[in-house]
Design a protein around this ligand. Sequence first.
Ligand code: HEC
Length: 269
Amino acid sequence: MKLMYPGQASLEWVMNKPDHSAVPDIVDKKRACAKCHEGDANEIGEKIVKGQPVGSSKSVLEPTPPKGKVGFIPVQFQSAHDADKIYFRFEWVPPQIGDKKLDPKNEVKLTMMFDGGGTVDGSNQNGCWATCHQDLRTMKNAQDDKKTKYIKGADLASGKFMDLMQYRSGKGEKPADGYVADAREMEGGKSLIKAEGKKEGNKWVVTFERSLAGLGKGDHSITAGKVYNFGFAIHEDYTNARFHFVSLGYQFGLDKAIPEVKNYVNVTQ
Ligand code: HEC
């Protein structure tokens, strides 16, 4: 998967037709971001990170281009499950980037979000973008430098939230098991068993081990038959907030092949 640098490409920007001519196809034809951008996510990231104008409106989505930062990183994603657990594995070669340490504790953070099987509007097309708004900290219309991700009309009881798991590389840092509803919570979950990362040669390898059962607050249950929408992000090089690389929206299901959907991953035993 190509993880791209999104700059300030918020949900509001990607869903505004004057900025992004694809909006009618997203809304009427239910086209997923990945359907159009799996091939060019790297080019989009390269343009945005350099502060070049993009979209039909020729918007500059990165007003402060980080010096030397690459526009994308290719990541190998794998997943498998057994009777009670699901495993996710991410592998990539870290690019040499930047000299600023926005998060001096953590060289790397890897965060994955997934919905409850079609429970978050739009996430079957846009993955994490359902949580990414222009009024968040470091975004275009930020007013509050503490404001983090949220979902409009979120509801924990009916599953309208994204489950969130995070690995942090800093010494003594613990994995986070939270969720994104009206706000982003970094705790409450009980389903994440392990989140581990290590450098193997010139690669980073991060793995999550999670109960299929939803055990805590903001934990979705993962059951056969459903299709879960997910996305993930990597904060590389001691960075934070929006200065990350993000995946387009993907989907997974347990032992269920859907060959016609390109951005779908069949998780087998
Ligand atoms: C139907 C195809 C299609 C879909 C679906 C689509 N896009 Fe686009 N996107 C385009 C095209 C074409 C452009 C080029 C500029 C334009 O016409 O707006 C573009 C431009 C962009 C850009 C600016 C980069 C550039 O090179 O101009 C971003 C960022 C972007 N899309 C993100 C997204 C995200 C996120 C989603 C999912 C919510 C998405 N797109 C869904 C077709 C699509």
